[in-house]
Write a protein that binds this ligand. Sequence first.
Ligand code: SF4
Length: 192
Amino acid sequence: MEAFYTLQGEGYHKGSAAYFIRIGGCDVGCHWCDVKESWDAQNHPPTDIESIVTEAQKYSDTIVVTGGEPLMWDMGPLTASLKKSGLQTHLETSGAYPLTGDWDWVCLSPKKRMLPISELYQQADELKVIVYNNSDLAFAEEQAAQVSSDCKLFLQPEWSRRDTAIPLIVDYVMKHPKWKVSLQTHKYLNIP
Ligand code: SF4
């Protein structure tokens, strides 16, 4: 769909420069999705992998593949080419589809509308739960119960609800310090 060089704004690697490759297509349907234009893959004609990787390696040694939902497609060929070029591969996924591809880092961000398939939980290096309201904290604990013991745990306010979600999250993290706060820092920095 698009590719751009910026900073990773969220989660464990926040603040680090990275090249983002956004894959078109997603059928998860989160009502607060901020990239709804990604949903219909038909609107995003395919780009050949070689061009994507040639461009990516000009900018960064860390590549974040996001969406849309990248795992609707076989990520094997793209990640094989990125790895062959010596690049680190990071994935952002809802986990609703089986994991394909060769990844150095997997960020799992489960969505209630379409839960991760069971094998994804143990493959996650980072669990990032978006908090829209209070009920998402209980959902976060259900999800955290399924990931590996060394998986990093993040609660992130949904952007349009940040004024009400941030106090909830701050209070919750102080009471349950296994969690950390993740903010969409790229939005505060006004960068992509
Ligand atoms: S999974 Fe991601 S891209 Fe898909 S609808 Fe939800 S927020 Fe949007």
